[in-house]
Design a protein around this ligand. Structure first.
Ligand code: SAH
Ligand code: SF4
Ligand code: F3S
Length: 439
């Protein structure tokens, strides 16, 4: 019973990627089913949960910073409990207490959903649990993220071991959910009013359940459910097949957006990163995508300052970015992650140089994003309305087929609808438009 240990309310802070957001929704639903109440502020909560990320050192520092800030709160509320779950809990386990002794529960990525058992001290649980293999994947009920859009994790873990990346260590081996789990999950969300679904995996293109591959899965979700819009991420360039692009071209429910992390423009660096494709292969893939899809937004991830990256190799990244013209990019400076293969390489690009390379790359991409967004002017985008703009309540905010944010004026609450919006102006980050009135 919740009242035995006086824990009745909880608050979750999420760091990291969309998979963590999806896990947070599921965890919240699990706790609610068990009688706990989610509250909007940490001050009201008896149980503070941090769903964490380890992908870069900065991500972990942010978590440690937050944990430091709340240590005082715990002194004034002795019955309060703190749980750290997810990737950083997985990476550090009990070691986390060396830096944050006031953390009560530490649950790794396969154990997150056991939090209510742990809080209630159910036999067989422990305050630190990080062993893999305890998760019955298909028992994790997918939960919608907002009233109108949802995420479904289609596969967990990663087997690619890119040399810089901690994800395979903290998320474990790649496992695909069953087709039924995914199709039924989408149907359930549609019944609850969801219009747009995003299928999530570290590498969705290697999804395989019995004989169903990712393209087959997309076709089944599109044909067997009444969902209106389907998105997915992330695609690994080595596995993105022509078959997938062909399915996208034929299926209007599939949104015209591909997130295809390139990481670097030099073959030597790509090889050293363990990415397995050449830049030529990447360019060929982009060419096929753009040939087959009359409209598509292409986004990417890029790392600068990977160990031993020369100025010339960095320039190859700039050149590829200039040539491809991505709609937008997430850009990072290399961050050494303990235990990865690249951590044994000499991290020899000075921090100052990494910052400089990153800033120049960001400046270039911003110019390109501006140009790409301005190409949308006069287009009518089918926009899913997400709600009032965060900055101003005069505007509503939506997302286009290409996953771009668009702001428009309206005098009625149209949240959750899909509306045609004609774009009238654009900057590097946002489109502005007007609803096209029917008739
Ligand atoms: N599975 C996805 C994304 C994983 S993490 C994929 O393979 O594309 C998201 C992004 O973080 C990566 O694409 C990469 O650009 C970046 N990243 C991962 N590890 C990093 C590190 N050690 N330093 C800097 N950036 C990193
Ligand atoms: Fe990390 Fe590479 Fe796996 Fe992506 S594909 S999660 S970058 S190891
Ligand atoms: Fe971070 Fe874990 Fe996602 S390390 S990026 S939260 S899979």
């Amino acid at each position: 019973m919740a009242s035995n240990n006086k824990i009745e309310t909880f608050h979750i802070t999420t760091f990291g990627c969309q998979m963590n957001l999806a896990d947070t929704s599921t965890l919240a639903a699990t706790l609610t089913t068990r009688g706990y109440r989610r509250v909007p502020s940490e001050a009201e909560a008896d149980l503070l949960i941090f769903n964490t990320c380890s992908v870069r050192e900065r991500a972990e520092q942010r978590v440690l910073g937050r944990l430091g800030e709340i240590s005082g709160l715990k002194r004034t509320k002795p019955h309060m409990k703190i749980a750290v779950v997810g990737c950083m809990a997985q990476r550090l386990g009990a070691e986390l207490r060396e830096q944050a002794p006031h953390v009560d529960y530490i649950l790794g990525t396969d154990r997150v959903f056991e939090l209510p058992d742990v809080v209630e001290g159910i036999e067989g649980t422990d305050s630190v649990m990080t062993a893999f293999g305890h998760e019955n994947m298909d028992l994790i009920t997918p939960v919608k993220e907002t009233p109108h859009s949802g995420f479904i994790t289609i596969s967990r873990g990663c087997d690619n071991y890119c040399t810089y990346c901690i994800v395979p260590y903290v998320r474990g081996r790649e496992r695909s959910h069953s087709v039924d789990y995914i199709v039924d999950g989408v149907k359930k969300m549609v019944d609850e009013g969801v219009v747009e679904i995003t299928l999530l995996g570290q590498n969705v293109n290697s999804y395989l359940y019995e004989k169903t591959d990712f393209s087959d899965l997309l076709a089944r979700v599109a044909h067997e459910t009444a969902i209106e819009r389907i998105r997915f991420m992330t695609s690994h360039p080595k596995d993105l097949s022509h078959k997938l692009v062909d399915v996208m071209a034929d299926e209007p429910k599939l949104m015209r957006h591909l997130h295809l992390p390139m990481q670097a423009g030099s073959d030597r660096i790509l090889r050293r990163m363990g990415r397995v494709y050449s830049i030529e292969h990447y360019l060929d893939t982009v060419a096929y995508i753009r040939k087959k899809l009359d409209y598509v937004a292409l986004t990417t991830d890029l790392i600068v300052g990977f160990p031993s990256e020369t100025d010339e190799e960095y320039r190859q990244t700039l050149n590829a970015v200039r040539e491809i013209q991505f709609d937008s990019a997430f850009m990072f400076r290399y961050s050494e992650r303990p235990g990865t293969k690249a951590a044994s390489f000499d991290d020899d690009v000075p921090e100052k140089e990494k910052i400089d390379r990153l800033n120049r790359l960001i400046a270039l991409q911003q110019e390109i994003s501006l140009k790409r967004n301005q190409r949308e002017v006069e287009r009518v985008c089918h926009t899913i309305v997400e709600g009032e703009s965060r900055r101003s309540n005069e505007f509503y905010r939506g997302r286009t087929e290409g996953n771009k944010t668009v702001l428009f004026e309206t005098d009625r609450d149209c949240t959750g609808e899909v509306l045609p919006v004609r774009i009238k102006s654009a900057d590097s980050f946002t489109l502005h438009g007007d609803i096209v009135e029917a008739g």
